[in-house]
Design a protein around this ligand. Sequence first.
Ligand code: ADP
Ligand code: AMP
Length: 214
Amino acid sequence: MKIIMLGAPGAGKGTQAKKIAEKYSIPHISTGDIFRANIKNGTELGKKAKTYMDQGLLVPDELVVDLVVDRVGQDDAKNGYVLDGFPRTIPQAKALDEALAKLGDKVDYAINVEVPDENIINRMSGRRACVSCGATYHLVHIPPKTEGICDTCGAELILRDDDKPETVKKRLDVYHDQTQPLIDYYTNSGILKEVDGTQDMADVFAAITGILGE
Ligand code: ADP
Ligand code: AMP
């Protein structure tokens, strides 16, 4: 099962992708997580990506596409994967389709987690991410058991630099301009599925499993 998660920044793609990955035993591939790991490790890719991410801009397609095509070709992705944060532009979507077509393969589902802009700023300002394992929480909606500490690994929880309100506004503009056109793209290819992302986390997940099957 090959799945793409679509939706605005903060719509809940990562939250749902982790649950999908666990339930269907497929890898969760988040380009944002890959860039953040590269930044943490001080790699050349991380240094380049950071300059864009800090401004709320997309990292250029040429820095993203090969990385993802390579990742989905790895052994653990043979039976499928859930892509979170990729594709984010039409050229990225086309590059993925072309790379898969060469292998006689295709994406099965593009799930759009729909959340209006009004809710996004609240989602992002309350998001807290683990510095070590990348788990995400929300101060109000999905709080950790102990304030400021990751339930999973015990490390510190932080507000991401790009979740500050001024950057979120820019990221939303970029989303509407460059990523939202993917909804039409996947509608036209017949694989788009819509879910209402304003519901509770568990209800969003129930809607998704209703689409993917048990
Ligand atoms: P994305 O991966 O789309 O950027 P996240 O999955 O990180 O978004 O979710 C953004 C924030 O909203 C996080 O703080 C997360 O805990 C919270 N969140 C996710 N799903 C829900 C939901 N259904 N209701 C309320 N808050 C949610
Ligand atoms: P995310 O964790 O998905 O919210 O991504 C954080 C940031 O990483 C984005 O705001 C972009 O700057 C960058 N990024 C992640 N995925 C992509 C992508 N597919 N294309 C371009 N930039 C990306």
